[in-house]
Design a protein around this ligand. Sequence first.
Ligand code: K7E
Ligand code: CUA
Length: 637
Amino acid sequence: MAACGNSGEKKDSGMMNTGDAAQKVYVAPGEYDEFYAFMSGGFSGQISVYGLPSGRLLKVVPVFSQDAEKGYGYNEETKPMLNTSYGFVPWDDAHHPELSQTDGVPDGRWIFINGNNTPRIARVDLTTFETTEIIEIPNSGGNHSSPFITENSEYVVAGTRFSVPFPQKDVPIDSYKENFKGALTYIKADEPGNMDVSFQILVPGYDYDLAHSGKGKSHGWTFFTTYNTEESHTLKEVNASQNDKDFIAAVNWKKAEEYLKQGKGKKMPANYMHNYYDEETHTATSTEKKEVTVLIPSECPGLIYYLPTPKSPHGVDVDPTGEYIVGNGKLSADLTVHSFDKMLTAIENEEFEGEVDGIPILKLDAVSAGTVSSGGLGPLHTEFDGKGNAYTTFFISSEVVKWKLGTWEVLDRAPCYYSVGHLMIPGGDSKSPWGKYLVALNKITKDRYLPTGPEMNHSAQLYDISGDKMELLLDFPTIGEPHYAQAIPADIVMKNSKKIYPIEENKHPHAVKNEKDVRVERDGNVVRVYITSIRSHFNPDNIEGIKVGDKVYFHLTNLEQDWDTPHGLSIMGARNAELLVMPGQTETLVWEPQKPGVYPFYCTDFCSALHQEMQGYIRVSPKGANVPIKWSLDGEE
Ligand code: K7E
Ligand code: CUA
């Protein structure tokens, strides 16, 4: 049965049986979804959270971009999260969410995501679904092969997509070959509050595109794809596509740890920020870092090898056993699969065909496990179902191809609407995938939904992969550009979900835990309003004695202790977003009144039947006036 076309024109829905499919994605009102899916926001800079199989949007978590809806990056507490060595950067391009893992299995504690443009990695805490930590990556340009985590969340990794002078300096662009370098960075990730660059490996100035860390037998290694081994710096579409083969870099990070212990790391000056949101003070702080430890491959034998891989490989994906390393050569039709065991043997037997900057290049024959002749075009990414099958996206031929690990035979193929980038199977890059669904993340939406002007939201497509054949179940629109996504069974996350911030644990320096303590204090031209919210009033709600030229800090503590009872605060004319304060939390809005007058402020989140009454007034007098500071609720000070 075909879906209704637009104005009688029939189009291919790609779906076989609408009734069956509908039943499989139907989550009855009041019921929960089976999986949380975390989708990258791409150029929105955020993470969006969807339920699967329904495709319902549950939340947008602000990460790298200011979000006026939640006041993230606008209120005083979260502004430091967006600090970088370039100052306040309120946007980024986020591609790859990675769930934390224990023993190679997603554990639902945190999700990490890369900022591609101004190189950063963020941690989102999955008890609160809030961004709690961001670290900048120095000596990097385009943090794309990131944050692909190691088996016990020891590290998240980051490879330079755009090589740059290392350290940065003013040089002619055409001195690329001599001055530009890549950096492969390992960031310690397993302790909240202590993310830090453990070490960087200085590598040739290629484009390090994607990565995956090994698992099981290959735990201790990370694999990075490269393109532009030509080291061109202009018209890359032509000049970076000359070589028949580029490389997958295999990094032995356990070896790196040994070298660091032996003191082989070189301290180099660097400049990067670490931002941490403390859940007790509800406040983020930024720390500037000044140094990194760098390992040089030529001085550290056995640290890194290159595996020749046709042809400008994009994704590199490691199967659940850790044996197969799949290179998705985006300019080829075939997939090249390397064997981890063969790689170790080839290293032992020194089956090298050359060397670059002290990095041995292994012979392709010596490491190759097989080739998947898919018949597709433009392979990008592969995920696994845990039943011996792999699924690869093909951008140009716009399809997902299912194939068998070990025999390399193609088992099934399904069209995508249209031009699929990443795909995602819950746990599909881990040791034990939950191989029930597959989500294709498509670049072009065109005729799939009602038109919305020149731009259409990108489209996700949900397939049932529990049988032999992939079955398309659902289309749903997404936010920004969800390059990659990850998903996890709901029960792993929801049992830890926080409902409130206990008010007695609130250590915010400007918190007011009791309505008795509300007040307004002046110190020069700085005025601090210690204000509370509880259904359905602010205390105080009448404030006088503010003057033009003052800088007014509204420190709002939400005294509620019930789940899902935030209050908002907005002030007429404030050049700022609202606050949206969770139960037990304190947040600060800064307001610099421009003109004398009396200004209403109000609660923005419909919190009770008397939400419309939750408002107040603040009087602003001219500069130099002597109206005394005064505050009250119902006439009581
Ligand atoms: Cu293939 Cu940025 Cu992971 Cu997009 S990347 S598709
Ligand atoms: Cu408080 Cu609406």
